[in-house]
Design a protein around this ligand. Structure first.
Ligand code: THU
Length: 161
């Protein structure tokens, strides 16, 4: 028996003002669009913004439903829009932010498991790492260099014969 280990590095910034200007702009877009999320049931409003390799910025927000499981996360709304509007453009970076009805948010959240699987498909499809920038409306910001790092032991198309 051998023991193996999976670990990864990520960047922690004290606030968005420490980010490079491109990342700061993308996070600002994600923060802004969290304000138009449709989340009347959870009141957890998520915004995501992607920078494509063609320079375009695409956004997405969570879209809930009275039939709760029908709701879709901001990240997958974003991926669907990006893939439809610019089917040939890789995504370089995605920023994710959120707000709640109760209080202003001050720490990062990371994508749910289902979104990680969808994000990884995008990375695999375009053979280019997608950077993930995560932050609340204020506070620390986490940056991960590739979705692959967020989903160890991932199931990908390489397994399909
Ligand atoms: N949600 C997202 O949109 N993205 C995430 O990364 C985490 C969760 C949404 C799903 C649901 O509408 C609400 O947040 C509460 O789970």
């Amino acid at each position: 028996m051998e023991k193996h280990n999976f670990g990864f590095d990520y960047e922690v910034y004290n606030s968005s003002s420490e980010l490079n200007p491109g990342d700061a702009l993308l996070l600002e877009k994600a923060r802004q669009v969290s304000g138009i999320a449709y989340a009347p049931y959870s009141r957890f409003y998520v915004g995501a913004a992607a920078l494509l390799e063609n320079g375009q910025i695409i956004t997405g927000t969570n879209q809930e439903n009275a039939s709760y499981p029908v709701g879709i996360c901001a990240e997958r709304v974003l991926l669907g829009s990006a893939a439809t509007l610019y089917p040939d453009a890789a995504i370089l970076s995605i920023a994710i932010s959120y707000n709640t009805a109760k209080e202003k948010t001050n720490h990062p959240i990371s994508p749910c498991g289902m979104c990680r699987q969808s994000l990884l498909e995008y990375e695999t499809r375009f053979k280019k790492p997608v950077r993930i920038i995560m932050g609340g409306l204020t506070g620390k910001v986490h940056v991960v260099e590739s979705v692959r790092l967020l989903l160890p032991f991932a199931f990908t198309s390489e397994e399909l014969i």
